[in-house]
Design a protein around this ligand. Sequence first.
Ligand SMILES: *Cc1c(COP(=O)(O)O)cnc(C)c1O
Length: 409
Amino acid sequence: MKSNKLHFATRTIHSGYDPHQNHGALTPPMHTSSTFAFNSVEQGGAAFAGDNDHYIYSRLGTPSQQQLEQRLADLEEAEAALVTASGMGAITSAIWSLVEPGDEIIADKSLYGCTFSFFEHGLKKFGVAVNYVDLSTPQFLSEHITDKTKLVYTESPSNPNMRLVDIAAVAKITRQYGIKFMVDNTFCTPYLQNPIALGADIVVHSATKYLGGHGDLIAGVVAGSAEVLLHIRQYGLKDMTGAVISGHDVALLMRGLKTLHVRMDRHCENAQKVAGYLQTSPYVKQINYPGLANFPQAELAKKQMRQPGGMIAFELNGSREQAADFVNQLELILCAVSLGDTESLIQHPASMTHSTYTEEELIAHLISPSLLRLSVGLEHVDDIIADLDQALESVFNGGSGNKGLSALA
Ligand SMILES: *Cc1c(COP(=O)(O)O)cnc(C)c1O
């Protein structure tokens, strides 16, 4: 099947799997076997030598994992993909495969909290330096590149504050210098943005979020060239992290992926309306949502993202305590980390996902102490807005807001 000729929606459902090769089974069989039997020592030896494509052991892959990887590679417009036990498993397996002691990484200033912890507490301990640069102004990137720089790393939009990085502009520079460029595409998914098509070399994901989409699994993805992916699979994943996905999670992820495009459309539609509501509230100071006309990088959002996504970062016109009180007053929207689920989730990064940062680090990494991160779910948007409204009224106006949701509590 020439799957690149088909539309994205069709590829999320069909790519990489043919029922007719699998006893007609509409849903891919789930492989949970840890090992695979050979019919002879010679056949086993040839498999280890790479002279046949017999499966060996599930740390190296299984048939259903391979189907999922083909689908993800296709969606990310990459030659190859690898699924892992978590997003951090994807990021660490990939980066351990690419750097050596003495190397330097240039990373954007704002990053997912555990990626930052890995850089600070993992890589540095083994002699890999990380230089945090504001990549939202890529014209200055060259000034930071040295002959030790091996990798440029960014998220776009970034977690938690929704800053964008011009992927094509950074890729143009990394190509000139022969440096690898890795993009965490978790917030967009390949439905909204394809970093490889924009010039990046490697894409990583937390598939726990929108790709899985139902809050019932933890998984990660690495996508890129076949050559780099083989190295990451056979070295970073097999020997260094062992962050192997389970067969059950392969099946769940394959199922979640089939509705990615439908879910993302609704996440974006709901988030646009929620951002519009927040903009009208006197209690909200600042909203970072790429779909708002006054978003500082609105032009860039239009250039590299097909839609603005389902994540909103915002600050209240109040103290850090009032921000916490607001979250505590919500009745429908759950206070939880993670994102991209059917349920709307909100969290306070300075207390939660980015709590390992010192006050100075929060400021240096552009995370305001009163920032809130909202993952807009798939509930009816009027109910999401009513909940935000009653919680804002309760914090700032003594609780005269919409109490219609208390029936749910
Ligand atoms: C959640 C997340 C990760 C880590 O993924 P896990 O699946 O939790 O290990 C990495 N990057 C971003 C942007 C995330 O949101």
